[in-house]
Design a protein around this ligand. Structure first.
Ligand SMILES: O=C(O)c1ccccc1N[C@@H]1O[C@H](COP(=O)(O)O)[C@@H](O)[C@H]1O
Length: 192
């Protein structure tokens, strides 16, 4: 992924996923990742002390939270030296009261489909009408065939993919990774 031009690489620590990896294996991998590439640990509804312990053992710099984690958890992670990405499903984002939305928009958020890691897209038309105010990343069913159009229309700060660059569930495909990054990047030239 790094050789193909990814800005960030993610490692799933959420239990129950076919992609869950061992923190010690990740530690060996992240030592080979250049400093300007973000290393991300993906978690979902795990106790915060466990998240911190795993993220430290794995050596990742960013914690991505996909569950019901509170705003105070994100602040605690910042205090422990981690960057964060708070994933919100489009349904959770839609249900936020205005004050809550304003609070989350001070953080970097990732807008995703309701079931993370399932390769399912969501109707993004409401984002087109009223995109988040702060820095936000688009995820949820992205693939080499749809990413350029979504970037062009929604203008997220970044895109995140898992299923869409796999040959079978849990197995990444380098050809699809290269095609995805090339397609996502193809919009940069036209955006200038
Ligand atoms: O990938 C998983 O199995 C996973 C498990 C638990 C939480 C998040 C997970 N993946 C993240 O989901 C989004 C979207 O994935 P997809 O492209 O729709 O498959 C992405 O951020 C993954 O890292």
């Amino acid at each position: 992924a790094v050789a193909a031009g990814a800005n960030a690489v993610g490692f799933v620590f959420a239990p129950g996923s076919p992609r869950t990896v061992d923190p010690e294996l990740v530690k060996a991998l992240v030592t080979r990742v250049p400093e300007d590439v973000e290393t991300v640990g993906v978690f979902r509804n795990q106790p915060l002390d466990q998240v911190i312990d795993i993220a430290r053992r794995a050596g990742v710099g960013t914690v991505q939270l996909h569950g019901d984690e509170a705003y105070s958890d994100v602040q605690e992670l910042h205090g422990q030296g981690f960057a964060t990405l708070r994933a919100l499903s489009i349904d959770a984002y839609r249900a936020l009261a205005e004050a809550e939305r304003e609070l989350w928009e001070t953080e970097r958020i990732l807008l995703d489909a309701v079931e993370p890691g399932a390769g399912v897209t969501f109707d993004a038309s409401e984002l087109l009408a009223a995109p988040p105010v702060g820095t936000w990343i688009l995820a949820g069913g992205l693939n080499p065939g749809n990413v350029a159009h979504l970037v062009e229309t929604l203008h997220p700060a970044g895109v995140d993919v898992s299923s869409g660059v796999e040959s079978s569930r849990g197995t990444k495909d380098i050809g699809l990774i290269k095609a995805f990054i090339a397609a996502a990047r193809s919009t940069e030239a036209t955006a200038e």
